[in-house]
Design a protein around this ligand. Structure first.
Ligand code: GZL
Ligand code: ZN
Length: 328
């Protein structure tokens, strides 16, 4: 019945248009699907703390469009869990078809996700994960293997140590961690330590949190530079914090990057950071792919067809080191 109504609407729309403006060669926009035909998705996003997050939001908004059959209700949580819990409760009262959210941190979701389950609304996690007792509280998680990202940073440092014959020297490392309790922070730290802990000459001086923002990255890196006179390596868990840390190093008259005083390892690999890799200000950038929109679209379409989807859907990504630009 719905399909019949839609095609009648389209024909009527076309007639009105052509009769109104004659037989011009206009490309007739298909009228957006009737509101009630659309799949309503409530999306609570972490915030807009980083370039990566902005790209992630854009990727999802570009796929969950009315043309693709969706009505997207977007909410920005400004990096606060209480805002996300409020969003989810609003989505439940609006009786959306799906709840999509990237949990700012992993703990504290059991109650509100139980409410979504009792309301019969499937929950899709994107990017970050939740630590809940009952994994049936969400249908699927779509994101990156961030433990592997952390390992890649460690493997690059192993190679750097070999290439510069540093195996017998003490390598002093500082780590700018992202938001405390976030999956990306937990897993990147875990992955890096899986490699670092095998090297007793790698000394991790301090691993403070800097919340994935440029301002915090600069502030924390400034304090680290004031505290530790001989930092050899910075591991920074996203490019936005790296931008701030580079500013702090400039202020301290310290050369960052290739042939510098401090080697810089970053994560996300956003365009602005890749330019700095090319310039040698950042030695290596471990990509975290923000383009999760298509994966989410495909997952929702499969669920709409009544198909089961895998619990964990991992997106593809790579590492951008100096060889990427020198073609070696
Ligand atoms: C990674 C994502 C992280 C990014 C940061 O999947 O959770 O959060 O690395 C963002 O830029 O703030
Ligand atoms: Zn200082």
């Amino acid at each position: 019945m719905k399909k019949l109504r839609r095609s009648l609407t389209a024909v009527l729309f076309l007639c009105l248009l052509l009769s109104g403006c004659g037989m011009f060669d206009v490309d007739v926009e298909e009228p957006a699907k009737e509101e009630e035909d659309l799949i309503v998705v409530g999306f609570s996003q972490v915030g807009s703390e980083s370039v990566w997050r902005t790209k992630n939001t854009a990727s999802i908004q570009e796929e969950l469009t009315q043309e693709n059959g969706f009505f997207l209700i977007f909410a920005n949580a400004r990096q606060k869990q209480e805002n996300q819990i409020k969003h989810i409760r609003e989505f439940i009262s609006q009786r959306v078809d799906y709840i999509l959210f990237s949990p700012v941190t992993e703990e504290g979701w059991d109650t509100v996700l139980q409410e979504a389950k009792e309301a019969g609304i499937p929950v899709i996690l994107v990017d970050r994960k939740v630590d809940v007792a009952d994994s049936s509280l969400y249908t699927a998680w779509i994101g990156s293997d961030m433990t592997e990202e952390g390992r890649q940073a460690g493997l690059w440092l192993e190679n750097y140590e070999k290439e510069n014959q540093l195996e017998s020297q003490q390598i002093e490392i500082v780590v700018l961690q992202g938001t405390e309790g976030a999956t990306s922070t937990i897993e990147r730290t875990k992955g890096f330590h899986q490699i670092a802990d095998a090297h007793e000459n790698w000394v991790i001086l301090e691993e403070p949190y800097a919340d994935y923002t440029t301002a915090k990255g600069e502030e924390v890196m400034d304090r680290l530079l004031d505290t530790y006179p001989s930092i050899d390596v910075l591991i920074s868990q996203n490019d936005d914090m790296t931008f701030g840390a580079l500013q702090a190093m400039d202020d301290h008259g310290i050369k960052a990057g290739v042939d510098g005083d401090v080697a810089v390892v970053s994560f996300d690999a956003v365009d602005e950071a890749l330019k700095l890799v090319k310039q040698g200000r950042i030695n290596v950038d471990v990509e975290c792919n923000p383009l999760q929109g298509p994966y989410i679209w495909m997952t929702l379409e499969a669920l709409e067809r009544g198909e089961t989807v895998s619990k964990n859907i991992v997106v593809k990504e790579r590492v951008y080191d100096q060889s990427f630009f020198s073609g070696r």
